[in-house]
Design a protein around this ligand. Sequence first.
Ligand SMILES: [Zn+2]
Length: 286
Amino acid sequence: MKLATPEHAAPQDAAARKSIAPVICYPVETLPKPDLAAYRAARAGATKSDEVIVPPRDGRCFHVKAGQFFRISSVEGPQVGDLNLWSADFSERFYSGKTRALHGTHLSTGDRFWSSFPTLRPMATIVDDSLDWYGIDADGGSVHDVIGTRCDPYTHALLSDGAQYHHCCHSNLTRALVQETGMALTEAERHVHDVFNIFMCTGFTRDTGQYFMKASPVRPGDYMDIFAEIDLVGALSACPGGDCSAEHSSDTAACYPLKVEIFTPEAPPSGWVSPARNRYCGTHGL
Ligand SMILES: [Zn+2]
């Protein structure tokens, strides 16, 4: 957090140093572009093949084959979700930090969910986002972030004098994985990673640079459609924070279910091939 009153005087050329134009860290012009028109044509003819309801303050897993779509929807009331994605064999996981570096702090149509090293490839692609109208608000807030990590009982214990709470997203995702796969609790917990915060409205305060949240603009019927680029296992938690307008890590907020639907197209998108693993040779100079 930035000090309100700095301890060091600014140098004489401070203004000049600060006025330099920023440069985008990762220009994405060379990234392969998803063919959204082809994806949407496939989605238009797709039929629903499965549905999972995630109960409030709980988590559930779902399975999506490469070439299928999944839709995450708000039902009953405004609700934020925390999403984890793995390859079907759990050798790859969603890499929130690199996805943020490539696509920015908040994701929408055309952005992709990148996998961890050493594969670093698209696991999934956002095909439609009913909240894309929100843009970036006057507070610098936006929807669907890859900033936050997930609410978890460890940070809660740290900030609340050792208090115990078992329905943070981290625990919901861990329980879901145990229940779905039969993994031991300790193994399942190691697979849980930084999330995609679907429907959550977040940003950073301008004065202190602190992570903030505000009531999600999501309403029942809002959705995001996502295309699976590889065989996936997903886990989604309906955050105990509900619309995340006030607090999480408690049973205080109004909390609603989330719906996950799997759609199978008649044929894969025209010209689509499942992405290959990253082309780095992997020797690291040795
Ligand atoms: Zn949460």
